[in-house]
Design a binder for this molecule. Structure first.
Ligand SMILES: [Zn+2]
Length: 400
């Protein structure tokens, strides 16, 4: 397996050169399939075109997956293992036998009896996030190229680097991409379709104290470290945090803290499905900081908010057919549609606001970012079937 781990601490683009090893391989495989324009640009994006085989105009749709894997778990020396005909027993990963994939911990496995499950070997993640998506798109391309009887409009394929570190579309050229609508293949359970993500801001709260030589600090020193600690301690403990919320509830979450007696900062991420609530959450932090410094005369604070990404639903609601065509394709492939709000962002959330309305389709990837990551071969096949149908739905619906 090719190591394609991205690196949040790198300032280059892509963040790691090794991601291009996979991207180059994809280009050569696409060319072998008979897709001559497949190419990788300097930033590591792979673009390719499957030409339309109908006479009428069809909007150009894009299928997108990311080549990089998460830095939460090693991606070096991944050894995929296919466990054929899974029967519900714990799967022991051979390179670290304390790593057991058990049905009790992964309830989705109860739907996978009789299927073929791919896992890693115990010391690394698998990388199905998002190599499952890459494989699904490659397989769809192979299928369409070899089945000219299946009708579709022009399709653009896109493979991006650095999704896991939130930079996946930073250098994407929308003109080069030239697509009207898109779908990322980066979802989980069979039949799932994600058209709703968090809206996200980050906040940095800085506390300023008054420093003095500690030997002579009586009645002078105001320690910013203590102010920041009191502020963090004053955050709600039973609510409004990642560890206490689910579904469509939002939260504020301190992710980093550093400081000296003179200045201490606390970095937050702020999340909600309702974008309008983000500013209320920021206001909550502001008020809490204000109350906190009340106990530390002489201390000051300021707060800086930065936009991260927005709920794709705001865009998708303006183009309802993008989602309804995907629902139709999932049903045609014989599944019920599962719609789940994503408590995170996808490349599609940013693409949607860059002019490419872009929901997320399942691939079967599960327990991602961990050593227990797994994916069902049959789920991936269903995803291929879904997007082949989806290309067909677009071609039909666009008959004028
Ligand atoms: Zn992913």
């Amino acid at each position: 397996m090719i190591d394609t781990q991205s690196d949040p601490h790198s300032s280059s683009f892509p963040s790691t050169e090794k991601q291009k090893d996979l991207s180059k391989l994809l280009v050569s495989e696409l060319k072998e399939m008979g897709i001559p324009d497949a190419a990788m640009d300097d930033n590591g994006y792979v673009y390719a075109t499957i030409l339309s085989n109908v006479d009428h105009d069809v909007p150009v749709i894009c299928f997108c997956a990311h080549v990089d894997t998460s830095s939460d778990s090693s991606g070096t020396g991944v050894k995929p293992i296919v466990q054929r005909n899974y029967q519900g027993l714990p799967i022991v990963l051979p390179d670290d036998t304390t790593q057991l994939i058990r049905l009790e911990d992964h309830p989705y496995l109860s739907e996978k009896i009789g299927e073929d499950i791919i896992t890693a070997s115990g010391t690394t993640l698998l990388g199905a996030d998002d190599k499952a998506g890459v494989a699904v798109i490659m397989d769809m391309a192979q299928f369409l190229v070899t089945h000219p009887g299946v009708k579709h409009g022009k399709i653009r394929l896109l493979f991006t680097p650095d999704e896991e570190i939130g930079r996946g579309v930073d250098k994407l050229d929308m003109n080069v991409l030239g697509a009207d609508y898109g779908y990322t293949l980066d979802g989980s359970e069979r039949g799932s379709l994600e058209d709703e993500t968090f809206s996200a801001d980050s906040a940095t709260v800085s506390f300023y104290g008054i420093s003095a030589h500690p030997g002579y600090a009586k009645d002078k020193l105001v320690n910013a470290v203590k102010v920041a600690a009191a502020f963090v301690d004053a955050l709600p403990k039973g609510a409004f945090s990642p560890e206490t919320t689910s579904g469509t509830e939002g939260f504020v979450h301190p992710v980093h803290m550093e400081g000296t007696a003179e200045k201490a900062t606390v970095d937050f991420i702020i999340r909600d499905f309702d974008t309008a609530k983000l500013s209320a959450h920021a206001e909550f932090l502001r008020n809490l900081a204000d109350e906190t410094i009340g106990d530390f005369p002489g201390a000051r604070f300021d707060i800086h908010i930065r936009e991260q990404y927005r709920n794709m639903k705001e865009v998708l609601d303006l183009h309802p057919h993008v989602v309804s065509f995907a629902e139709k394709a999932i049903r045609r492939a014989g599944m019920e549609v599962r719609k789940v709000p994503v408590r995170g962002g996808t490349d599609g959330s940013r693409l949607s606001f860059m002019g490419l309305p872009c929901p997320n389709i399942f691939t079967g990837e599960m327990a991602f970012h961990s050593k227990q990551e797994y994916v069902s071969v049959q789920d991936m096949q269903k995803a291929v079937e879904t997007i082949v149908h989806l290309a067909g739905v677009w071609a039909e619906k666009s008959v004028s």
